[in-house]
Write a protein that binds this ligand. Structure first.
Ligand SMILES: Nc1ncnc2c1ncn2[C@@H]1O[C@H](COP(=O)(O)OP(=O)(O)OP(=O)(O)O)[C@@H](O)[C@H]1O
Ligand SMILES: Cc1ncsc1CCO
Ligand SMILES: [Mg+2]
Length: 262
């Protein structure tokens, strides 16, 4: 059995710099989540500097949550640089099926070969070409409905595809895993999915993409379980969740990760 806590230990040893192009809603939450986990986030998105930064960062994440023309130009510049350098990068296709602008932007970014695509079921269904129920940023489909689409998307793109929800699903198109850690309060706190995308980026540094992604999701879900033990609702959950990310040890992750082959 794989020792998933080792991937957390490696990430913390690396304490990797991660460049994040994310949305206005997520920026602060995501930076705090990443710092608590042991990574070093940098929110760098200006067209004037984004490629230069992508030229030295060991990992990059791109989230299309609050788009505009200038953001898209920056995203494409950063993704092109990462792809050319072989830098691992993660795409978070927020509300990918909602509008033509989002569909086209997500497709252009997928063409630049993200190492990992991480989204909720509705977003992964939209990217895989199947009809999705979701019209906004929240999932309206169950993970199980997106698993076949995730496998197809992974085979078509060469990306690892992670579908998050009640039980997460991760595949490289050949192998696949379910991760049953997590808590139902997580989707009631905004930007926890966006922030998870940053955690996946941090785990990718120096680690194989499929295993790194599975371990990141197990660790993150477990932090949700820990937070739920003391939280009184979504507000105190958010605080307890950041504490749990900082306090969880690799040994606890190894013992409590609920990962099975799919
Ligand atoms: N019903 C649930 N039960 C347990 N864990 C959940 C549930 N829904 C989501 N999660 C967990 O919450 C985390 C974020 O995943 P989610 O699918 O909510 O992201 P998202 O929809 O992209 O979020 P956002 O767009 O608000 O940032 C993952 O770790 C996932 O496992
Ligand atoms: C609420 C919201 N709107 C655009 S991005 C975002 C953060 C969660 O995806
Ligand atoms: Mg999301």
């Amino acid at each position: 059995m794989t020792d998933w806590g080792q991937n957390l230990a490696t990430m913390r040893r690396n304490a990797p710099l991660v460049q994040n192009i994310t949305n206005y809603v997520a920026m602060n939450v995501m930076a705090n989540v990443m710092l608590a986990a042991g990574a070093s986030p940098a929110m760098v998105h200006a067209e004037e500097e984004v490629a230069e930064f992508a030229g030295f960062t060991p990992a990059l994440t791109i989230n299309i949550g609050t788009l505009s023309g200038a953001w898209v130009r920056s995203m494409l510049l950063a993704a092109k640089t990462a792809s050319a350098r072989g830098t691992p990068w993660v795409l978070d296709p927020v509300a990918a099926g909602a509008t033509t602008f989002r569909r086209e932007t997500a497709a252009a970014l997928v063409a630049l070969k993200p190492t990992v695509i991480r989204g909720n079921a509705s977003e992964i269904l939209a990217l895989s070409g199947a009809g999705a129920a979701g019209k906004g940023v929240d999932a309206a489909d169950a993970v199980g409905q997106a698993e076949a689409g995730a496998r197809t998307l992974a085979r078509a793109t060469g990306s690892v595809v992670a579908v998050t929800g009640a039980v997460d699903f991760v595949t490289d198109g050949t192998r696949a895993f379910h991760i049953a850690n997590g808590h139902a309060t997580m989707p009631l706190v905004t930007a926890l999915g966006c922030s998870l995308t940053g955690i996946v980026g941090a785990f990718l540094v120096g680690q194989p993409p499929l295993e790194a992604t599975v371990a990141a999701l197990a660790y993150y879900g477990l932090a949700g379980e820990c937070a739920a033990a003391t939280a009184k609702g979504p507000g105190s959950f958010a605080t307890a969740f950041v504490d749990a990310l900082a306090n969880l040890t690799p040994a606890e992750v190894s013992a409590r990760a609920r990962v099975t082959q799919a």
